[in-house]
Design a protein around this ligand. Structure first.
Ligand code: COA
Length: 180
């Protein structure tokens, strides 16, 4: 009997991920991870969640934690203005790919939830991601999960920066006054 489950992927699963990616039709609004990129996620200790349907890898999603000045620099790159002076560690949703035949079954939403839990378990209270303005499915999933648009990339303004507080409220002043 088939069943779905999510598990953390590591170095030994890279070939499986690459095989899954090879079976996907081209996609426009996400990076197609390579061996180098997946290896670097493992080297840097990024979290990779795989969602399985029985033995079949149906999709995966990557998240990481930014600290200190990199958080500030990321905010600046997306034109997000805030008067905060202390930069807490921030969770980042890096990528999420679902195999074509498994799309529309809520798998991206499941992988979103699990990455939030992992961020919280690592004492991260804020989580951010960048999504292409035309990636309607991802934007709807994020907004439904409580993410708010916070800014647009300074150089490549079709990329929108979304954020969500996993705990206490923080105030941002761009593009309009938003309470997360
Ligand atoms: C964007 C992407 C990750 C969404 O994954 P997903 O598991 O299909 O997303 P979900 O099922 O959680 O939600 C998709 C929404 O679109 C709807 N949908 C309907 N048919 C769909 C289809 N064929 N494909 C995708 N979404 C579909 C879903 O029903 C759902 O909305 P609903 O809950 O109101 O029904 C997936 O399409 C994908 O891998 N795309 C290519 C790579 C990419 O763009 N990644 C995102 C980077 S941010």
């Amino acid at each position: 009997m088939d069943y779905t489950f999510i598990k953390s992927l590591g170095r030994k699963d890279i070939d499986l991920v690459l095989e899954m990616l090879e079976s996907c039709l081209p996609f426009q609004y996400a990076e197609r991870d390579t061996l180098e990129k997946l290896t670097s996620y493992c080297d840097k200790g990024f979290f990779i969640a795989g969602i399985f349907d029985g033995e079949d890898l149906a999709g995966y999603a990557v998240s990481s934690i930014l600290v200190g000045e990199s958080v500030k620099n990321t905010f600046n790159a997306y034109n997000v203005q805030t008067d905060r002076e202390i930069w807490a560690p921030a969770g980042i949703l890096n990528n999420c790919i679902i195999k074509d035949e498994y799309r529309g079954r809520g798998f991206q939403r499941e992988l979103l939830k699990v990455r939030e839990v992992v961020a919280q378990n690592n004492n991260v209270e804020e989580i951010y991601t960048s999504v292409h303005i035309k990636n309607i499915n991802s934007i709807e999933n994020l907004m439904r999960a409580g993410y708010k648009p916070l800014g647009q990339h300074i150089k490549s303004d079709e990329w929108i920066f979304f954020g969500k507080l996993l705990k206490d409220p923080v105030y941002f002043s761009h593009p309009s006054r938003i309470v997360l």
